[in-house]
Design a protein around this ligand. Structure first.
Ligand code: 13P
Length: 247
């Protein structure tokens, strides 16, 4: 049985004060939610306040990115040691916005995953095709390449995969249930070719315009084990409803 995993990716949103207001409202809303991993990934500047407020709650903390070196002359970057020290248990790696705007390659993503795991951080590893790739029939090839390159020489433990079709991110266009299940099943097959039976334990999240209105049907798909939520995670009531999805 794979435990559902519902994660909020706030992207570049919320000041420290806004993080505090969100958590003041959100923590009580989900305190009785059981049998689900609840994760919040605020921006770096809010990790401190979030870590303090999430202590002794059922909510775990994630960063949105990481650098692969431990320390040194890398202006602006944040190391695995620093994230663990700041209270993070998870880190999002390879988000399409990082790949698109900050030129992250599969090779960089792979280095980041290894560095995070070395420090004991769990990884939310993002993959997904662009609209152009989908329309030209390349979706499965892209997923195969991203899985194989991203997870090269990475053991299965501590890895969660997030399938985020780029055309569904922030657009209000969700993948259909059939598109989501097809992609997730294919990803699981690719994981099985690397990890064998252990692939059945790896959680695969769907991300891309997840809302309180579509989460139940997405979570009903056999290979959808959770959600990575952007826009709809910014409001406490909306994200709480997603956490409390109905199967
Ligand atoms: P939206 O939920 O805003 O489409 O964002 C999805 C996403 O990119 C989460 O990482």
């Amino acid at each position: 049985m794979r435990k559902p995993f519902i994660a909020a990716n706030w992207k570049m949103n919320k000041t420290i004060g806004e993080t505090k207001s969100f958590l003041d409202e959100f923590i009580p809303l989900v305190k009785d939610a059981k049998d689900v991993d609840i994760i919040i990934a605020p921006p770096f500047t809010s990790l401190g306040i979030a870590s303090a407020m999430l202590k002794d709650t059922n909510i775990q903390l994630s960063a949105q990115d990481i650098f692969y070196e431990e320390k040194g002359a890398f202006t602006g970057e944040v190391s695995p040691v620093m994230l663990a020290d700041a209270g993070c248990e998870h880190v999002i790696i390879g988000h399409s916005e990082r790949r698109q705007y900050f030129h992250e390659t599969d090779e960089i993503v792979n280095k980041k995953i290894k560095a995070a795991r070395k420090q004991g951080l769990d990884v939310i590893f993002c993959i997904g095709e662009s609209l152009e790739e989908r329309e030209s029939g390349k979706t499965l090839d892209v997923l195969e390449r991203e899985v194989e390159n991203g997870l090269k020489d990475v053991p299965a433990d501590g890895i969660v995969v997030a399938y985020e079709p780029i055309w569904a991110i922030g657009t209000g266009k969700t993948a259909t249930i059939e598109q989501a299940q097809e992609a997730h099943k294919y990803i699981r097959e690719r994981l099985a070719s690397i990890y064998g039976n252990k692939a059945n334990e790896i959680r695969i999240l769907y991300g891309g315009s997840v809302t309180p209105d579509n989460v139940d049907s997405l979570m009903a798909c056999e290979d959808v084990d959770g959600a990575l939520v952007g826009g709809a995670s910014l409001k406490p009531d909306s994200f709480a409803r997603i956490v409390k999805f109905k199967k």
